[in-house]
Design a protein around this ligand. Structure first.
Ligand code: HEC
Length: 151
C-alpha cells in the first residue's frame, strides 16, 4: 500500500505531468520553422509586424480574453487559410503565444489551442476582418481594464 507521504507526492505530480504534456506538444524547432516559412514574411521574425500587418508581439494574447477573440486568432485568413495542417497551425499559434505574446496573455493563464479546435475554427475564415476585429476589441475593452489599453 502507498504510504500517505508517497500518495501526496503522487498527487503533486499530476498537475506537473499535465503541464508537461501541454508544453511537450510544442516542438520548438518545428514551430519556429513553420513560422518562418508561413508567417514571418508578413509578420516579421519577432512578430512585431509592419504597415498593414498587426503586431503579434506583446499584443496577440489580449484576444484570449474572450471566446470570440480566441476564435479570431484562428479565423484571420493568415492563420485559417495557411497551408499548414491544423495540428501544425495549432502548434504555431501556441508557439507565437509563448514567444511573442509576453504579458498580453490573460494574467489568469490560457488553454493552448488544440488541433481539433483549430481544425473546426479555420473552416470559417473571416470575411470582414477589420470590422470583426474592432468589435472583438471593443467587447474585451468593455469588460476588462487590461483591454482598455489595447489599440
Ligand atoms: C501574406 C501576409 C501574411 C501571412 C503570410 C500571414 N499573415 Fe497573419 N496577418 C496578415 C495581415 C495583413 C493581418 C491583418 C488582418 C488581415 O488583413 O488579414 C494578419 C493578422 C493576423 C492575426 C491577427 C492579429 C491581429 O491583431 O489582428 C494573427 C493571429 C495572424 N495574422 C497569424 C498568422 C499566422 C499564425 C500566420 C502563419 C501561419 C500568418 N498570420 C501568416 C498578414 C499575413
Amino acid at each position: 500500500m502507498l504510504s500517505h507521504r508517497r500518495a501526496c507526492h503522487l498527487l503533486m505530480l499530476v498537475p506537473m505531468l499535465v503541464m508537461d504534456a501541454v508544453y511537450a506538444e510544442i516542438n520548438d524547432a518545428r514551430a519556429r520553422y513553420h513560422y518562418q516559412m508561413f508567417c514571418q514574411g508578413c509578420h516579421t521574425p519577432d512578430g512585431s509586424g509592419a504597415n498593414a500587418v498587426p503586431a503579434l508581439k506583446d499584443r496577440m494574447g489580449f484576444f484570449l480574453n474572450s471566446q470570440r477573440g480566441r476564435e479570431f486568432l484562428v479565423r484571420v485568413p493568415g492563420s485559417a487559410t495557411s497551408k499548414l495542417s491544423s495540428s501544425a497551425l495549432a502548434e504555431v499559434l501556441n508557439w507565437c503565444l509563448l514567444n511573442f505574446a509576453g504579458t498580453s496573455v490573460p494574467s489568469s493563464g490560457y488553454v493552448p489551442y488544440t488541433e481539433e479546435e483549430v481544425d473546426r475554427l479555420r473552416q470559417d475564415p473571416l470575411q470582414e476582418i477589420i470590422q470583426h476585429r474592432a468589435s472583438v476589441i471593443a467587447e474585451i475593452a468593455a469588460q476588462s481594464p487590461q483591454g482598455a489599453q489595447h489599440e
